[in-house]
Design a protein around this ligand. Structure first.
Ligand SMILES: [Ca+2]
Length: 352
Protein backbone atom coordinates (compact mmCIF):
# COMPACT_ATOMS: atom_id res chain seq x y z
CA UNK A 1 0.00 0.00 0.00
CA UNK A 2 1.27 3.46 -0.86
CA UNK A 3 1.97 6.00 1.84
CA UNK A 4 -0.62 8.23 0.19
CA UNK A 5 -3.22 5.60 1.02
CA UNK A 6 -2.83 5.94 4.77
CA UNK A 7 -6.12 6.33 6.53
CA UNK A 8 -5.35 9.91 7.50
CA UNK A 9 -7.65 11.64 5.06
CA UNK A 10 -9.77 8.85 3.61
CA UNK A 11 -13.58 9.22 3.60
CA UNK A 12 -13.81 6.36 6.18
CA UNK A 13 -11.36 8.11 8.48
CA UNK A 14 -13.13 11.46 8.09
CA UNK A 15 -16.49 9.80 8.87
CA UNK A 16 -15.01 8.18 12.00
CA UNK A 17 -13.62 11.51 13.16
CA UNK A 18 -16.98 13.21 12.49
CA UNK A 19 -18.78 10.56 14.59
CA UNK A 20 -16.27 11.04 17.42
CA UNK A 21 -17.10 14.75 17.39
CA UNK A 22 -20.89 14.37 17.11
CA UNK A 23 -21.65 11.50 19.52
CA UNK A 24 -20.49 13.24 22.74
CA UNK A 25 -22.55 16.34 21.81
CA UNK A 26 -25.71 14.20 21.55
CA UNK A 27 -25.35 13.05 25.17
CA UNK A 28 -23.93 16.25 26.66
CA UNK A 29 -26.48 18.64 28.25
CA UNK A 30 -23.94 21.47 27.97
CA UNK A 31 -23.86 21.05 24.23
CA UNK A 32 -21.20 23.11 22.49
CA UNK A 33 -19.29 23.96 25.64
CA UNK A 34 -15.55 23.46 25.66
CA UNK A 35 -14.88 20.99 28.39
CA UNK A 36 -11.07 20.54 28.25
CA UNK A 37 -11.33 16.85 29.13
CA UNK A 38 -13.93 16.04 26.47
CA UNK A 39 -13.14 13.68 23.62
CA UNK A 40 -13.53 16.49 21.10
CA UNK A 41 -10.59 18.38 22.61
CA UNK A 42 -8.45 15.27 22.67
CA UNK A 43 -9.15 14.46 19.01
CA UNK A 44 -9.88 17.65 17.07
CA UNK A 45 -10.06 17.41 13.31
CA UNK A 46 -6.77 17.95 11.53
CA UNK A 47 -6.26 20.09 8.45
CA UNK A 48 -3.80 19.04 5.78
CA UNK A 49 -1.14 21.69 5.04
CA UNK A 50 -0.27 21.21 1.40
CA UNK A 51 2.46 23.87 1.25
CA UNK A 52 4.33 22.25 4.11
CA UNK A 53 3.98 18.66 2.89
CA UNK A 54 5.86 16.51 0.40
CA UNK A 55 4.23 13.36 -0.94
CA UNK A 56 4.67 11.21 -4.03
CA UNK A 57 5.22 12.13 -6.80
CA UNK A 58 6.63 15.16 -4.98
CA UNK A 59 4.98 17.86 -7.05
CA UNK A 60 5.12 20.23 -4.04
CA UNK A 61 8.86 20.51 -4.74
CA UNK A 62 8.42 24.24 -5.56
CA UNK A 63 7.54 24.90 -1.90
CA UNK A 64 10.85 23.51 -0.66
CA UNK A 65 14.57 24.26 -0.87
CA UNK A 66 16.67 21.22 -1.66
CA UNK A 67 20.39 21.57 -1.02
CA UNK A 68 23.70 19.74 -0.71
CA UNK A 69 23.57 16.05 -1.59
CA UNK A 70 19.73 15.96 -1.31
CA UNK A 71 17.85 14.96 -4.47
CA UNK A 72 14.27 14.15 -5.42
CA UNK A 73 13.20 11.16 -7.47
CA UNK A 74 9.57 10.21 -8.14
CA UNK A 75 9.78 7.62 -5.34
CA UNK A 76 11.68 9.35 -2.53
CA UNK A 77 13.79 12.29 -1.41
CA UNK A 78 17.33 11.13 -0.78
CA UNK A 79 19.03 13.36 1.81
CA UNK A 80 22.35 11.54 1.45
CA UNK A 81 23.44 8.58 -0.68
CA UNK A 82 25.36 5.68 0.90
CA UNK A 83 28.69 7.49 0.38
CA UNK A 84 31.26 9.15 2.63
CA UNK A 85 31.21 12.86 3.53
CA UNK A 86 27.76 13.79 2.22
CA UNK A 87 25.47 16.45 3.61
CA UNK A 88 21.96 17.17 2.39
CA UNK A 89 18.82 18.94 3.52
CA UNK A 90 15.36 20.09 2.50
CA UNK A 91 13.60 23.07 4.07
CA UNK A 92 10.07 24.40 3.69
CA UNK A 93 9.93 27.87 2.16
CA UNK A 94 6.87 28.82 4.21
CA UNK A 95 6.28 28.69 7.95
CA UNK A 96 3.67 26.88 10.03
CA UNK A 97 1.13 29.59 10.75
CA UNK A 98 -0.96 27.62 13.25
CA UNK A 99 0.18 26.98 16.81
CA UNK A 100 -0.55 23.26 16.95
CA UNK A 101 0.31 20.63 14.40
CA UNK A 102 1.06 17.03 13.55
CA UNK A 103 3.80 15.76 11.27
CA UNK A 104 4.00 12.29 9.75
CA UNK A 105 7.30 11.35 8.18
CA UNK A 106 7.78 8.05 6.33
CA UNK A 107 11.36 7.06 5.61
CA UNK A 108 13.88 4.35 4.83
CA UNK A 109 17.45 4.31 6.11
CA UNK A 110 19.45 1.63 4.36
CA UNK A 111 22.92 0.82 3.11
CA UNK A 112 25.62 -1.75 2.49
CA UNK A 113 27.21 -1.45 5.94
CA UNK A 114 26.65 -4.53 8.09
CA UNK A 115 28.03 -3.34 11.43
CA UNK A 116 29.30 0.18 10.69
CA UNK A 117 26.94 2.80 9.30
CA UNK A 118 25.73 6.27 10.12
CA UNK A 119 24.91 8.76 11.22
CA UNK A 120 21.14 9.14 10.78
CA UNK A 121 18.95 12.13 10.02
CA UNK A 122 17.04 14.91 11.74
CA UNK A 123 13.60 16.48 11.50
CA UNK A 124 13.49 20.18 12.34
CA UNK A 125 10.90 22.74 13.41
CA UNK A 126 13.06 25.84 13.79
CA UNK A 127 13.15 29.61 13.54
CA UNK A 128 15.90 29.54 10.91
CA UNK A 129 16.11 27.52 7.73
CA UNK A 130 18.91 26.34 5.42
CA UNK A 131 21.27 26.22 8.37
CA UNK A 132 24.29 24.01 7.78
CA UNK A 133 26.30 22.49 10.60
CA UNK A 134 27.37 19.50 12.63
CA UNK A 135 24.02 18.27 14.02
CA UNK A 136 22.94 15.75 11.37
CA UNK A 137 23.85 18.31 8.73
CA UNK A 138 22.30 21.34 10.41
CA UNK A 139 23.49 23.92 12.90
CA UNK A 140 23.97 23.49 16.62
CA UNK A 141 22.38 26.10 18.87
CA UNK A 142 19.15 25.98 16.87
CA UNK A 143 15.96 27.65 18.10
CA UNK A 144 13.07 25.22 18.12
CA UNK A 145 12.60 21.46 17.98
CA UNK A 146 15.01 18.84 16.66
CA UNK A 147 14.00 15.18 16.27
CA UNK A 148 16.96 12.87 15.79
CA UNK A 149 16.93 9.49 14.08
CA UNK A 150 20.34 8.36 15.27
CA UNK A 151 21.77 5.14 13.80
CA UNK A 152 25.30 5.41 15.17
CA UNK A 153 26.09 5.11 18.88
CA UNK A 154 28.88 7.61 19.66
CA UNK A 155 28.43 7.36 23.39
CA UNK A 156 31.28 5.86 25.45
CA UNK A 157 29.71 6.00 28.91
CA UNK A 158 26.45 4.73 30.35
CA UNK A 159 23.77 4.28 27.76
CA UNK A 160 20.32 3.08 28.60
CA UNK A 161 19.14 2.60 25.08
CA UNK A 162 19.93 0.72 21.90
CA UNK A 163 20.42 2.22 18.44
CA UNK A 164 18.79 3.23 16.14
CA UNK A 165 17.33 5.72 18.59
CA UNK A 166 14.63 8.36 18.06
CA UNK A 167 14.81 11.37 20.39
CA UNK A 168 13.65 14.98 20.61
CA UNK A 169 15.29 18.13 21.89
CA UNK A 170 14.03 21.69 22.32
CA UNK A 171 16.57 24.51 22.36
CA UNK A 172 16.29 28.26 22.90
CA UNK A 173 19.49 28.68 20.89
CA UNK A 174 21.92 28.24 23.78
CA UNK A 175 21.33 24.57 24.63
CA UNK A 176 23.69 22.48 22.49
CA UNK A 177 23.36 18.97 21.10
CA UNK A 178 26.33 16.79 22.12
CA UNK A 179 27.11 14.10 19.55
CA UNK A 180 29.52 12.35 21.91
CA UNK A 181 26.64 11.48 24.22
CA UNK A 182 24.15 11.05 21.35
CA UNK A 183 22.28 14.04 22.74
CA UNK A 184 21.09 12.08 25.76
CA UNK A 185 21.73 14.88 28.28
CA UNK A 186 19.55 17.40 26.43
CA UNK A 187 16.78 15.16 25.14
CA UNK A 188 13.14 15.42 26.19
CA UNK A 189 12.88 11.70 25.79
CA UNK A 190 13.38 9.00 23.19
CA UNK A 191 12.88 5.39 22.20
CA UNK A 192 14.64 2.61 20.37
CA UNK A 193 13.28 1.97 16.87
CA UNK A 194 14.78 -0.68 14.55
CA UNK A 195 14.21 1.31 11.38
CA UNK A 196 17.46 0.54 9.53
CA UNK A 197 17.56 -1.83 6.54
CA UNK A 198 13.89 -2.75 6.82
CA UNK A 199 12.00 -4.11 3.81
CA UNK A 200 9.34 -1.43 3.85
CA UNK A 201 9.13 2.12 5.09
CA UNK A 202 9.10 3.14 8.73
CA UNK A 203 7.20 6.16 9.97
CA UNK A 204 7.07 8.55 12.89
CA UNK A 205 4.18 10.78 13.92
CA UNK A 206 5.06 13.89 15.92
CA UNK A 207 2.18 15.80 17.45
CA UNK A 208 2.51 19.18 19.14
CA UNK A 209 -0.74 20.09 20.88
CA UNK A 210 -1.33 22.29 23.94
CA UNK A 211 2.27 22.30 25.13
CA UNK A 212 2.67 18.57 24.77
CA UNK A 213 4.85 16.65 22.32
CA UNK A 214 3.68 13.14 21.52
CA UNK A 215 5.71 10.81 19.31
CA UNK A 216 4.44 7.56 17.81
CA UNK A 217 6.32 5.08 15.62
CA UNK A 218 5.19 2.65 12.97
CA UNK A 219 7.26 -0.13 11.39
CA UNK A 220 6.83 -1.63 7.95
CA UNK A 221 4.37 0.91 6.62
CA UNK A 222 2.38 -0.73 3.86
CA UNK A 223 2.59 -4.24 5.29
CA UNK A 224 -0.39 -3.59 7.54
CA UNK A 225 -3.50 -1.45 7.55
CA UNK A 226 -2.26 1.72 9.17
CA UNK A 227 -5.08 2.71 11.46
CA UNK A 228 -4.43 4.74 14.61
CA UNK A 229 -4.18 1.54 16.66
CA UNK A 230 -1.09 0.44 14.71
CA UNK A 231 1.03 3.34 15.93
CA UNK A 232 3.19 2.59 18.95
CA UNK A 233 3.81 5.28 21.57
CA UNK A 234 7.46 6.31 21.65
CA UNK A 235 7.08 9.03 24.31
CA UNK A 236 5.13 12.07 25.33
CA UNK A 237 6.50 15.14 27.04
CA UNK A 238 4.58 17.98 28.73
CA UNK A 239 5.57 21.59 29.26
CA UNK A 240 6.95 22.17 25.77
CA UNK A 241 6.66 25.68 24.31
CA UNK A 242 7.18 26.07 20.57
CA UNK A 243 6.34 29.34 18.81
CA UNK A 244 4.40 29.38 15.57
CA UNK A 245 5.87 30.74 12.31
CA UNK A 246 8.78 28.28 12.32
CA UNK A 247 10.07 26.25 9.34
CA UNK A 248 10.10 22.49 8.84
CA UNK A 249 13.26 20.82 7.60
CA UNK A 250 14.99 17.47 7.22
CA UNK A 251 18.74 16.95 7.08
CA UNK A 252 21.35 14.20 7.15
CA UNK A 253 25.13 13.89 7.11
CA UNK A 254 27.63 11.07 6.55
CA UNK A 255 31.28 10.96 7.64
CA UNK A 256 33.52 7.93 7.21
CA UNK A 257 30.33 5.94 7.79
CA UNK A 258 27.34 6.30 5.54
CA UNK A 259 23.80 5.24 4.63
CA UNK A 260 21.04 6.16 2.21
CA UNK A 261 18.74 8.50 4.15
CA UNK A 262 15.48 8.50 2.17
CA UNK A 263 12.26 10.37 2.95
CA UNK A 264 9.18 8.75 1.39
CA UNK A 265 6.51 11.11 2.68
CA UNK A 266 6.29 14.23 4.79
CA UNK A 267 2.76 15.23 5.81
CA UNK A 268 1.89 18.22 7.94
CA UNK A 269 -1.49 18.87 9.55
CA UNK A 270 -2.57 21.85 11.60
CA UNK A 271 -4.76 21.16 14.63
CA UNK A 272 -7.36 23.67 15.85
CA UNK A 273 -7.08 24.73 19.48
CA UNK A 274 -10.69 23.71 19.92
CA UNK A 275 -13.10 22.08 17.54
CA UNK A 276 -13.55 24.32 14.51
CA UNK A 277 -11.53 27.11 16.06
CA UNK A 278 -7.92 28.05 15.67
CA UNK A 279 -6.66 30.25 18.43
CA UNK A 280 -3.89 32.49 17.20
CA UNK A 281 -2.03 33.50 20.31
CA UNK A 282 0.15 36.60 20.02
CA UNK A 283 2.22 35.39 22.97
CA UNK A 284 3.22 32.36 20.92
CA UNK A 285 4.73 34.65 18.27
CA UNK A 286 7.12 36.04 20.86
CA UNK A 287 7.59 32.82 22.80
CA UNK A 288 11.03 31.36 23.35
CA UNK A 289 11.16 27.64 22.67
CA UNK A 290 11.64 25.70 25.89
CA UNK A 291 10.82 22.46 27.65
CA UNK A 292 10.35 21.58 31.31
CA UNK A 293 11.92 18.17 31.25
CA UNK A 294 15.42 17.18 30.28
CA UNK A 295 17.50 14.19 31.24
CA UNK A 296 19.96 14.98 34.02
CA UNK A 297 23.17 16.58 32.73
CA UNK A 298 26.13 14.23 32.47
CA UNK A 299 29.83 14.80 32.17
CA UNK A 300 30.97 15.09 28.56
CA UNK A 301 32.95 12.05 27.45
CA UNK A 302 34.74 12.11 24.09
CA UNK A 303 32.90 9.63 21.95
CA UNK A 304 34.02 7.39 19.15
CA UNK A 305 33.38 8.91 15.78
CA UNK A 306 34.36 8.81 12.16
CA UNK A 307 37.50 10.91 11.60
CA UNK A 308 35.90 13.43 9.28
CA UNK A 309 32.86 13.94 11.45
CA UNK A 310 35.01 14.28 14.55
CA UNK A 311 37.15 16.99 12.98
CA UNK A 312 34.04 18.69 11.66
CA UNK A 313 32.50 18.63 15.11
CA UNK A 314 35.55 19.98 17.03
CA UNK A 315 36.87 23.29 15.63
CA UNK A 316 39.11 23.71 18.71
CA UNK A 317 40.67 20.31 18.11
CA UNK A 318 41.27 21.19 14.45
CA UNK A 319 42.90 24.49 15.48
CA UNK A 320 45.23 22.83 18.02
CA UNK A 321 46.28 20.17 15.52
CA UNK A 322 47.00 22.92 12.95
CA UNK A 323 49.18 24.84 15.47
CA UNK A 324 51.19 21.70 16.32
CA UNK A 325 51.69 20.92 12.61
CA UNK A 326 52.88 24.51 11.86
CA UNK A 327 55.31 24.54 14.84
CA UNK A 328 56.64 21.14 13.73
CA UNK A 329 57.14 22.37 10.15
CA UNK A 330 58.96 25.54 11.30
CA UNK A 331 61.21 23.45 13.58
CA UNK A 332 62.10 21.05 10.71
CA UNK A 333 62.88 23.95 8.34
CA UNK A 334 65.12 25.57 11.02
CA UNK A 335 67.01 22.29 11.61
CA UNK A 336 67.47 21.79 7.85
CA UNK A 337 68.78 25.34 7.45
CA UNK A 338 71.28 24.98 10.33
CA UNK A 339 72.47 21.66 8.90
CA UNK A 340 72.89 23.23 5.44
CA UNK A 341 74.72 26.27 6.88
CA UNK A 342 77.07 24.04 8.91
CA UNK A 343 77.90 21.94 5.83
CA UNK A 344 78.61 25.07 3.72
CA UNK A 345 80.94 26.43 6.42
CA UNK A 346 82.86 23.12 6.52
CA UNK A 347 83.16 23.18 2.71
CA UNK A 348 84.59 26.74 2.84
CA UNK A 349 87.14 25.66 5.51
CA UNK A 350 88.26 22.77 3.32
CA UNK A 351 88.62 25.12 0.35
CA UNK A 352 90.99 27.38 2.22
CA1 LIG B 1 25.01 9.19 17.25
Amino acid sequence: MMVNDWNLTTPASMLTQLLILIIPLCYNPTQGSTNPTSEENEQPKKYYEDNLSLTKPFQQEYAWDISGSAMITDRYIRLTPDQKSQQGSIWSKSVMRQPYWEVVVAFRVHGKGKTLYGDGFALWYTQERLTYGPVFGSKNGFKGLGMFFDTYSNHQGDHNHAHPFVSAMVSNGSLLYDHDSDGTHTQLDGCHMSFRNTEGEAAVKVRYFKDKITVHTLMEVGAVQTGDEDWKLCFESDGVILPLNYYFGLSAVTGDLSDNHDIHAFKVFSIPYEVGQFKPDMAMLRAIPRAQKFDAPRKHVDGKSSMLSNTFRSPLKTFLISVVVIIGAVFLIAVAYLFYKDREEKKMKRFY
